[in-house]
Design a protein around this ligand. Sequence first.
Ligand SMILES: [Zn+2]
Length: 119
Amino acid sequence: MIEASCHCGAIRLELAERPDVLKSCNCSICRRIGGPWVYYHPKQVKFTKGAGETVAYIQGDRTLAMHHCPTCGCVTHWESTDPHNADRMGINSGLIDPVELKGLPLRHFDGADTWTYLD
Ligand SMILES: [Zn+2]
């Protein structure tokens, strides 16, 4: 189990397992937010504090809701707005203690253009 929290601690998550890869994306929103992301099935993610208190930003094609903490502004996660595509969510790896992520590969995804990996 891995813990994650926003800067002010209002939002706290427990992740069922250590991720196996960090994914950096250059799409219009990820390049602004940073990341990189780690991915989980929503059942592997438990909000231990602040469940339902994050603020969602839904952009353009409305397929994803990008959530942030209303107090400190940290982007916490994204989730699909499509119930048929709801088996994956992204967690901002910046919320996790870097010690937990040490040694993980960082992959660069070209979400801005080709939707392929650049590395
Ligand atoms: Zn916060």
